[in-house]
Design a protein around this ligand. Structure first.
Ligand code: ZN
Length: 388
């Protein structure tokens, strides 16, 4: 139960509560009863019910939300981050053991457990948090570990590959849908009154408008737009920004050509061999061990990132896939039947043909090449006594 008052005097309600409980034969748990005084500065007062003193606290967890006396959300976000990180870790552990390294169930559990933990009651706090980056990191970390790619892999790539949306889009979806339904709700009169007074506040109002504008949703349409359209609009814009990030990314000039939609890639469910799947993902993201990747993490100039085959060639993706003599054997075994380099002299056509994952046989062969090449490279480095 909550007793609310705008003034300390109003808290004489406590005496009334005490009397009521005595009359009804109810007992108050004084240790669990707390007082919180909202305001920017913390001012301590003495509070009592009967002869019992009551603690004044700076933050309090109520119905799963950590309220702070300043109405900041740091405590809540810290608690959410901790819980979500733990859940994500447990899902990864499950994925590697009883989960049989299957990606779709791991993604599904993450979606229903972790995303729900993060977006819980976001309708209340989602407006007022300046950045969701700490929460975004939980998802990015989970996806990069699930796909077995390096931590620096762009978040837009991870989301495009798995069909996920950003955490900020999820949070905004939760809060926009909640507030959009409010004007038509007859059961939430108090919340509606709070909402109206919040909208009248300039600070809140600017926050509302910023989120709507972010998704190009006209503020006039809040009460008329159907839930489905709201969701579709948020998803459309969120995906659009990811596409933009992918096409502008210096991480890989190929990924945007290879992955042209925002659905979970087929091979993540169909390619059941974990090693082949990881090798194929690495090829799609260009995160396989190479001089290019090594150079990126060791500040080596692009032109200096030479291939280990010692032909003086930069170990770029085209060299790795089509030209490097170290991989001649797996290339003739797995790739030559798929491509005719003469008829596809444009690399922009060749790379998507091999990596687009539209045909399982092609994907399977390319994955075999990817894995064989990784092994050959590792052995080659070992033979010449080098390690990356
Ligand atoms: Zn080479």
């Amino acid at each position: 139960m909550i007793l609310l008052s705008l003034t300390p005097i109003g808290m004489r309600l406590l005496a009334k509560l005490d009397l009521y409980c005595k009359n009804e034969g109810l007992q108050i748990n004084y240790k669990k009863t707390k007082i919180m005084v909202f305001g920017n500065r913390y001012r301590h007062r003495t509070w009592t019910i009967g002869n019992h003193s009551i603690d004044q606290c700076r933050s309090f967890k109520y119905l799963g939300i950590h309220f702070q006396h300043t109405l900041a959300w740091k405590s809540h976000l810290t608690a959410v981050k901790l819980a979500a990180t733990r859940s994500a870790g447990a899902i990864l552990k499950f994925y590697r053991t009883a989960g049989g390294h299957l990606v779709p169930p791991a993604l599904k559990i993450f979606q229903s457990k972790v995303i729900s933990q993060i977006t819980y009651r976001a309708a209340i706090w989602g407006w007022l948090v300046p950045s969701f980056s700490a929460l975004e990191a939980i998802q990015n970390n989970f996806l990069s570990r699930l796909l077995c790619v390096p931590p620096g892999t762009p978040a837009a790539f991870l989301r495009a590959e798995t069909g996920f949306l950003s955490i900020s889009a999820r949070i905004h979806e939760t809060l926009l849908l909640y507030w959009a339904a409010l004007p038509n709700s007859t059961s939430k009169v108090l919340v509606k009154t709070c909402f109206d007074s919040a909208v009248a506040d300039r600070y809140w109002s600017s926050k509302f408008r910023a989120v709507y504008a972010h998704y190009h949703i006209p503020i006039q349409s809040i009460s008329t737009l159907h839930r489905y359209n709201f969701r579709a609009q948020i998803e459309r814009h969120s995906v659009w920004w990811d596409r933009l990030a992918i096409s502008n990314s210096k991480f890989s000039r190929w990924y945007g050509l290879v992955k042209t939609n925002h659905l979970r890639a087929n091979y993540l469910s169909c390619l059941l061999s974990v090693q082949l799947r990881y090798a194929f993902t690495a090829l799609r993201f260009q995160t396989m061990p190479s001089a290019i990747l090594h150079g990126r993490y060791h500040q080596i100039q692009y032109e200096q990132r030479f291939c280990i085959c010692q032909q003086g060639k930069v170990e770029d993706f085209i060299h790795y896939l089509f030209d490097c003599p170290i991989y001649n054997h797996p290339r003739s075994k797995f790739l030559d039947g798929l491509i005719n380099r003469q008829s596809y002299n444009l690399e922009d056509h060749l790379v998507p043909l091999l990596l687009a994952d539209n045909n399982f046989q092609t994907t399977y062969s390319v994955a075999q090449y990817a894995l064989a090449a990784q092994k050959l490279r590792a052995n080659f480095l070992k033979d010449i006594g080098l390690q990356e």
